[in-house]
Design a protein around this ligand. Structure first.
Ligand SMILES: C[S@@+](CC[C@H](N)C(=O)[O-])C[C@H]1O[C@@H](n2cnc3c(N)ncnc32)[C@H](O)[C@@H]1O
Length: 467
């Protein structure tokens, strides 16, 4: 990104620029020495950093929320703007196997990186999930389901109205008595117009920052009456290297890009560079911007914000009401959207396969996979394998081993409009990724409903046993 690129006027374009910038960081990876310097400047201990996958922290933080969040075994936690997942992994270690920790981020590249990092530690949903979502819109999280909401250097990046909206959503999803620990950048004074419209200063977590009184107001409007703001005195100059400003910061080649030039690559990754076009006119040089923020601490500070959602009047001592509510509204959100669209096969065609193939041949020719979990009433296709859709994605390596030589792997669920096609598509994607042509995923059209309508009374075809 050019140090002089201008902040777009529409909030959607700003969000796009932020997404592109952090997506580039996720794809290109962090400079380890830089990431360690920033992490240490904002309070991460060596022990914490050693306990998480290396790529999960990339020098994008401005605090260490888990250190003060007092997360306990079994708690549900969400991390707003989870990046590579550093705080999710630290929180998951505290919440243990009975807790649920969900990282939310809009960047598909960050989500993919965080999921790879989780796989390195064998951490799976529901214990650890990463979900792609826009934080300034409705969160895909159940109401009253979360004990603790974390965020680290993210809220300043949201459009102004989105910040207020997010905090209202945070209040909605917290359990009564639940708490927030938000690390964020807060402006110490009004930014100059030049700094305010500088895209790099915005993406770098500086010029989107609210002033303290503005932040207090949106916390209060969201329902948090007791918010406490603590200046952590973190040194924001830790980010400053070369021409960079703020937390999406890597030293970049010096350029003569200007505020009014047409040079506006929307990235701030390690190797991003800016090549101004000949039409660019240099009205505001990089050095001018860099000069203005020579001391970032003069303009902004890192804060940690604590607040709680009022406990229910019925909760005797103000403790969090303990309920086993799933955090995610939809378990599917924790997994990638598949690319494949598997072919359909009718219930009648599946019945023909069953009738024509002796049991010992079936394993090679075809297999039927029932991905329902608690809705088996009425029976299922005789000889079908039972695999719950909710854990299917995580079991793909083992599933592939078992079925990679099976020509047709036929999936179904209740009506084959949701879980069946989803699992089939994940399997087909997995086959494609591994270049395996000996097996194909199919979907039984109409699912169990169509099957039972035609064959419920046929004992040779329908197994009445509840799986
Ligand atoms: C400065 S990074 C911080 C990452 C992480 N919290 C850490 O400390 O390493 C900001 C993150 O917030 C995400 N983000 C920014 N604006 C967002 C929005 N409107 N919706 C969802 N995610 C957003 C970015 O994609 C990026 O991963």
């Amino acid at each position: 990104m050019s140090a002089g690129a201008v902040l777009p006027s529409s909030p959607d374009e700003v969000v796009d620029a932020v997404r592109n910038a952090y997506g580039t960081v996720a794809k290109e990876g962090a400079d380890r020495a830089y990431a360690d310097t920033v992490a240490q400047a904002f309070g991460y201990t060596a022990e914490q950093l050693q306990s998480v996958p290396e790529d999960s922290h990339m020098g994008l933080s401005c605090g260490n929320p888990v250190a003060t969040a007092s997360i306990r075994e079994g708690e549900n936690v969400i991390d707003l703007g989870s990046g590579g997942g550093v705080d999710v992994f630290l929180a998951a270690a505290k919440a243990g196997p009975t807790g649920q920790v969900v990282g939310l981020d809009m960047s598909p590249d960050m989500i993919a990186l965080a999921r790879r990092n989780a796989a390195k530690r064998n951490l799976k949903p529901p214990r650890v999930s990463f979900v792609k979502t826009l934080l300034h819109e409705r969160l895909p999280i159940n109401s009253d389901s979360v004990d603790c909401v974390l965020s680290n250097c993210v809220i300043n990046l949201l459009p102004t109205e989105g910040k207020a909206n997010l905090l209202k959503e945070v209040y909605r999803v917290l359990k009564p008595g639940g708490r927030v620990v938000l690390d964020d950048i807060i402006a110490k004074k009004e930014f100059t117009e030049t700094l305010r419209v500088n895209l790099q200063a915005y993406v770098g977590c500086v010029s989107g920052a609210l002033q303290l009184h503005e932040y207090r107001e949106i916390m209060q409007n969201a329902g948090f009456q007791d918010a406490v703001f603590v200046d952590t005195k973190g040194d924001l100059n830790a980010y400053t290297q070369g021409d960079s400003i703020g937390c999406c910061a890597k030293p970049e080649p010096s350029t003569s890009c200007s505020v009014s030039s047409s040079c506006q690559p929307a990235s701030c990754g390690p190797s991003s560079s800016c090549k101004p076009t000949s039409s660019g006119t240099s009205t505001q040089s990089t050095s001018t911007i860099a000069h203005q923020v020579a001391d970032v601490n003069e303009w902004a500070a890192s804060y940690q914000i604590y607040a709680t959602k009022q406990a229910n009047a019925s909760a005797s001592d103000g403790d969090v009401v303990s309920t086993a509510v799933p955090v995610l509204e939809s378990w599917k959100d924790a997994y990638p959207t598949p690319k494949s669209s598997p072919r359909q096969i009718t219930a009648q065609e599946v019945a023909e396969l069953l009738k024509s193939a002796p049991a010992d041949r079936r394993a090679h020719d075809f297999a039927v996979i029932d991905v329902r979990r608690d809705d088996h009433a009425g029976g299922h296709v005789r000889g079908s394998y039972q695999r719950a859709a909710q854990s299917f994605y995580d079991d793909l390596p083992e599933f592939l081993e078992k079925f990679k030589e099976t020509n047709k792997v036929i999936f179904y669920c209740g009506s084959s409009s949701g879980r069946g096609p989803l699992c089939a598509a994940w399997y087909q994607d997995y086959l494609n990724e591994h270049g395996i042509g000996s097996s194909e995923a199919l979907v039984m059209a109409g699912g169990a409903k169509a099957w039972l309508a035609a064959f419920a009374g046929d004992e040779a075809l329908t197994d009445q046993e509840k799986a």
